[in-house]
Design a protein around this ligand. Sequence first.
Ligand code: GLU
Length: 396
Amino acid sequence: MDFRISQNVARMKGSATLKAMQDVLRLREQGIEVIDLTVGEPDFPSPRFICELAIEGLSKGYTKYTPSKGLKVYAEAISEFYYRRFGAQVSPSQIAASCGAKQAVFNAICSLINPGDEVLIPKPYWVSFPEIVNFCNGKVVFIETEENDFILSLESVKRAVTDKSKLLILNSPNNPTGRVTSAEEIKKIIEFCADRKIFVIADECYLFFVYPPMEVFTVATLPAELRHFVCIAGSFSKTFSMTGWRIGYSIANEEWTKGIVRLQSHSASHPTSFVQYACAKAITEKFDESMNVVNEMLDEYKKRRELLVFELQRISGFECKMPQGAFYAFVDVRALTGKNGFSSSADVASYLLEKGHVAVTDGSGFGAEGFLRFSYATSTENLKKAVEQIKSVVKW
Ligand code: GLU
């Protein structure tokens, strides 16, 4: 009764994406069948050969603590992978293991931001970015992107920058919009930031999930003088369908990496040892198999994207552009709000759930009231059923 949560945590909102997923689980526990298009979690099983490598790691005794920075073999493997796949020179000394990209982002923000520092966050944003900045007493400065079709531009960054700007958070391919910023624009933005000593976190969770004509691009390929200002947050979760393994990494300059590791040494310590072992082996010794897995998933996402988006575009009151990357359809439902008994997009989401038994994520958690996010990281069959169920309850 006399317990009060700390001010640092009181300032944070819970994760809207994880809450949406948990709401679905609760309904299912009550026996209600729901098609879940909320959380961004690939439905493919984790690759069998990586599971076997984890078992191999266990039998080899990778069951103890590793350094907080992660196993040497893990950092070396990521370095080798970036060179082999992208030709990027990333030193193992710049790499720290983390429990998913979320922890990499958390560590990177907390080890850079002092109270009052301004952090530029393009809007819509992934739900955790502003909350982590709030936790650090930083000041969130949003950058509006709708005027440019939700694609971040140098011009919009320039308009938001002040002399207190310390950090910009990039996320392309973007969650929740599915938009992709071109390599040229990203380079210009980072040049501009580096010039003003503004650091950049590039959340590259969806790195490989890009649809032609857009191309895969990592900021790891930028010249070293620009890379000095950049921290990449990467993850195995989406890339290899390994969300529950909680494994990712940061790539940043050595001083930033030391801060990241120091902070991590007082929280998770490090991600699971045999998981680090399995991932290291997968992306080096089983490089081809690993890339095949990614390409197969991408081919499947392409089909699902077309199926879902063409159908959504035909639903009255829904407006949806073809996503360029990631696995989210971002639907503008503002034509429906303010009438039909809907005062917000959350009402539309509730209606689809209650009447159609289809769960989607409301945009307001992403700073995008008026929009809904549909994850198509689920089977074609589920997507077809979801569309049918939505169409059957569309009465406006
Ligand atoms: N990033 C995914 C999503 O947006 C997973 C949930 C989360 O970690 O926020 O749905």
